[in-house]
Design a binder for this molecule. Structure first.
Ligand code: ADP
Ligand code: MG
Length: 284
């Protein structure tokens, strides 16, 4: 080991320690060594690629998540609301505090490819803090402080219990390519209840079926939140853009933008406009 590597080794724990002291987001425009979000970099606008502040509903969601009363979250959201981005940032941030030394499970679909893409997105959030990563591959990221982020396919047998599971993130949970998603939920539920892990279940609706729909409908201990397209007006979209989107006749706008569980996979809108056709394509 050369001297530089030795020094880097010595510095690593200190850096990890310092990150745990940062607040998640300062709310200011300029970076001033102020918060975790500025350190890792602000999210980029999908249209201009310019760094953008977190939107009010994103900061509000973070506040809700910080409330110790809640640890299961069900978020029914319009398309393209910056929610995947936000949850990835929250689990990354907590990898240095609440989840430090533990395991965070990420499930994005039945196919490995989908989960790998999400893991890649998470990895990109480490581009300004690469030294905290001890090792990583397509489906896992291990930090020097022992925190591990692990991508798993949405299959009951893949989701095994482990006492160190601190959080589970289920992305687009209503759109997984499976006839019956109940076994997956049955595998996740005891893990979350026994470990008191956090559970982030996020999706745009996809017809009145599946566990995502049932959890919203039933009485349970989930914190249920809905974000329709209007929440992003003035931030991701202008009023005119949102109105145009709502006039689109090629998609079920009530479901895609307004939180309604209206159409399943066999509807006239059956083609899901997602590049992950293997996960989200028509079943029959
Ligand atoms: N606060 C923000 N301001 C601008 N763009 C954002 C913000 N948060 C996320 N984005 C961007 O919006 C796009 C959609 O985000 P994503 O997290 O994929 O949305 P969702 O999961 O809700 O469909 C991405 O390009 C992301 O970088
Ligand atoms: Mg998403």
């Amino acid at each position: 080991m050369n001297t530089l590597t030795k020094v880097q080794e010595m510095l690593r724990p200190a850096q990890v320690q310092d990150l745990s002291k940062l607040s998640f987001y300062c709310g200011k425009k300029q970076k001033q060594n102020c918060c975790f979000t500025h350190l890792v970099g602000l999210p980029k606008s999908p249209s201009t690629y310019n760094p953008m502040p977190l939107m009010p509903y994103q900061t509000q969601f973070f506040k809700t998540v910080q409330n110790p009363r809640y640890h299961k979250f069900h978020v029914n959201k319009s398309r393209q609301m910056g929610m995947t981005e936000l949850i990835l940032r929250i689990i990354q941030y907590r990898g240095f505090s609440k989840y430090a030394g533990g395991k965070v499970i990420i499930i994005a679909g039945t196919r490995e490819k989908t989960t790998k893409k999400l893991m890649q997105r998470l990895k990109e959030l480490f581009r300004n803090i690469p030294n905290v990563i001890q090792k990583s591959d397509d489906l896992s990221i291990k930090l020097y402080n022992g925190t591990t982020f692990e991508g798993l396919p949405a299959r009951a047998e893949a989701i095994l219990g482990d006492t160190k599971i601190k959080a589970i993130f289920m992305d687009e949970a209503s759109k997984w390519y499976m006839t019956d998603d109940e076994p997956v939920m049955n595998a996740v539920k005891p893990i979350v209840d026994i470990n008191k892990s956090d559970l982030f279940m996020i999706s745009t609706p996809n017809g009145p079926k599946g566990f995502f729909y049932k959890i919203e409908r039933d009485t349970n201990d989930f914190m249920k939140i809905k974000y329709d397209i209007y929440q992003a007006v003035g931030f991701l979209y202008s009023q005119e853009e949102a109105e145009e989107m709502l006039k689109d006749t090629s998609v079920d706008t009530d479901q895609e933008y307004l939180n309604q569980y209206t159409t399943g996979r066999n509807s006239i809108f059956g083609t899901v406009l997602d590049d992950e056709i293997g996960d989200f394509g028509t079943l029959d």
